[in-house]
Design a binder for this molecule. Structure first.
Ligand code: CA
Length: 217
């Protein structure tokens, strides 16, 4: 999953980005509205964390302009006393909000729920054959036994599971799993898939030659 964070308080931005990367998300950042809107419009993010008070273009304007072209889930960061802000945000096409100051764990939980909802996957667990994926705990189990996956491997499984039954192209996986600063070694994806197959079984992810990867529905 790839997330964009638009926030001009650099300590807060760094804190959110670090927490998300530790969870295996690919993270892009921006400290002002114009650049944030540019990135939001030009990449297919899985979710956007958008502050209201921003230099150059405020969060409302970013949201309004973004909604002309994209439905990317948006979680707004609003002020404590801004109940009018929250109504305005939800009316303006925001999908959720958290009130500053917030717990990072709450932000992460809301982001996970937002991403599941946007994939029409409202339950927090999904069973595919012998494999159980717990989105809330970010754990994959095989026959009831937890499988040790790296954060990136988990993200790959999660992304394919949220799109199960669909062939996900390599390009889409690169866009959603790696951020703009990741080195794009072309075989990295294959290495992750190969490791997942060793841990979960060779049939779990199928390769569609020339198209991409798929977890059968
Ligand atoms: Ca701000």
């Amino acid at each position: 999953m790839r997330i964009l964070i638009v926030e001009d308080e650099s300590d807060l931005l760094a804190g959110i980005a670090k927490a998300l990367r530790e969870e295996g998300y690919a993270v892009d950042t921006s400290e002002e509205g114009e650049e944030g809107l540019y990135k939001a419009t030009n990449w297919d993010y899985d979710a956007i964390v958008l502050d209201v008070m921003l230099p150059k273009l405020d969060g409302w304007e970013v949201l309004k302009r973004l909604r002309k072209t994209k439905k990317t889930p948006v979680l707004m960061l609003t002020a404590r006393d801004g109940s009018r802000d929250r109504v305005r945000g939800l009316d303006g096409g925001a999908d959720d909000y958290v009130i500053k100051p917030f717990d990072l764990s709450e932000l992460l939980a809301r982001l996970r729920a937002l991403i599941r909802r946007s994939a029409n996957q409202t339950r927090s667990q999904i069973q595919i054959g012998d494999v159980l994926i717990d989105y809330a705990a970010r754990i994959v189990s095989l026959d009831g036994e937890p499988v040790t996956l790296t954060a990136r491997e988990y993200s790959l499984v999660e992304y394919l599971a949220l799109h199960r039954g669909e062939v996900v192209t390599r390009t889409a996986l690169y866009e959603h799993l790696f951020d703009e600063d990741d080195s794009s070694l072309s075989n990295l994806l294959d290495v992750h898939v190969s490791n997942i197959r060793k841990k979960i079984g060779p049939e779990f992810i199928t390769t569609r030659r020339g198209h991409g990867y798929c977890i059968e529905g």
